[in-house]
Design a binder for this molecule. Structure first.
Ligand SMILES: C[S@@+](CC[C@H](N)C(=O)[O-])C[C@H]1O[C@@H](n2cnc3c(N)ncnc32)[C@H](O)[C@@H]1O
Length: 347
């Protein structure tokens, strides 16, 4: 874990070949069904809303909402803003919206020219605009989604007021954060008592934990399974971003410490294919540092409702202490009265 305090772009691919590869991928993905991609984002967010409602018994409407690591598209923030919430984001990268030369200048200085090239290219191809329009169409909005507020800050140092959000969420960002334990504590700190946090992250030990674009794109035949965890294959892996490389079990430890009582749901979409593979590799003496469960877990979904309690419990405890002292005092008084009036005392 290095360069903690700095706000550097999380993207690592600097070679021309890797950048061109990412571009080709981007344009292909864009052409292949924008509608279905936006629909998938909306379906994911509706699922999260339903889960939050189960946890908190309340809808994410008219709430103060924080997105940790919203990324360049701001799709999720736009969705929650369109649903009548007051949404802000914190991202380590500069997020430019609309025509903003000063923003690009700031981006070049903070996150490098590679980031500027990617963002400007995407915007000049109209990719971001078409995503936003499709979202507006799908949600039936009459007005365009307004500009959103995104602070360029680290997740572990948001400088936001304690207890100032009803819903804090983060999608696929925590595995990039250099100080994960501090970021979990920070998310818990800014959440209001009774508020809900939701985190979706990809542990490093999962099949796609390296975030190699080939694996993310389902091209499993191009790399050995868990190549990033196996010394003889590791050199072939191209991690597409900075990763903190925490295993699923390490995440569980950190999360339960920072958000006591949270619910952690591992998702294992390819368990039928991966479990026999992991067991076979274990049998051959490989990957023994990782449990089969960790190896087949692709994502962790974390829900936490911040207890309303702490301040209340302290107050209740002191009230109870006062009541007990009063009761004890009454008891002593009664005993004294009894004794004073007893035949023994009266002689
Ligand atoms: C893979 S993108 C996810 C974007 C979006 N949440 C999504 O699911 O589409 C990860 C985001 O996390 C941000 N990020 C990485 N490290 C961060 C940090 N320390 N603090 C805040 N954001 C960070 C990156 O800049 C990037 O925008």
């Amino acid at each position: 874990m290095s360069d903690h305090g700095k706000l550097r772009s999380y993207s690592t691919s600097s070679s021309v070949q890797a950048t061109l590869g990412q571009w080709r991928n981007l344009i292909r993905l864009h052409r292949q069904g924008l509608t279905s991609r936006v629909a998938a984002v909306v379906a994911e967010l509706r699922g999260i809303e339903a889960d939050v409602q189960d946890h908190a018994g309340a809808k994410v409407e008219d709430c103060r909402v924080l997105d940790i690591g919203p990324g360049q598209h701001l799709m999720q923030m736009s969705y929650f803003a369109a649903r009548g919430n007051h949404v802000i984001g914190v991202d380590r990268d500069v997020i430019v919206q609309g025509f903003d030369p000063a923003g690009y200048w700031h981006m070049a200085r903070s996150n490098g020219l590679g980031r500027v090239a990617k963002t400007a290219g995407r915007k000049s191809l109209g990719i971001d605009r078409s995503y936003r329009r499709e979202l507006e169409r799908l949600l039936g909005l009459r007005e365009p989604i307004p500009r959103l507020t995104v602070h360029q800050r680290n997740a572990w140092d948001t400088r936001l007021q304690a207890g100032s959000f009803d819903f804090v969420y983060s999608l696929r960002a925590f595995m990039h954060i250099h100080e994960p334990a501090a970021a979990i504590e920070e998310a818990a700190r800014v959440l209001a008592p009774g508020g809900v946090a939701f985190i979706d992250l990809m542990p490093y030990t999962g099949p796609n934990g390296s975030l190699d674009i080939r694996m993310l794109g389902g091209r499993h035949d191009e790399l050995a399974p868990w190549a990033h965890l196996r010394p003889q294959h590791r050199h072939l892996v191209r991690e597409s971003a900075h990763l903190n490389r925490l295993s699923a079990s390490e995440w569980q430890t950190l999360l339960t410490r920072g958000m006591p009582g949270c619910t952690i749901r591992p998702t294992k979409p390819s368990v039928d294919r991966l479990q026999p593979l992991a067991e076979e590799l274990h049998g051959q003496g490989e990957l023994l540092d990782f449990s089969v469960d960790d190896l087949v877990t692709t994502n962790l979904h974390v829900f936490w409702r911040k207890p309303i309690a702490r301040a209340c419990t302290a107050l209740m405890r002191s009230t109870l202490a006062v009541l007990i002292s009063v009761a004890n005092a009454c008891d002593s008084l009664a005993e004294w009265v009894n004794f004073s009036l007893s035949p023994l005392a009266l002689g």
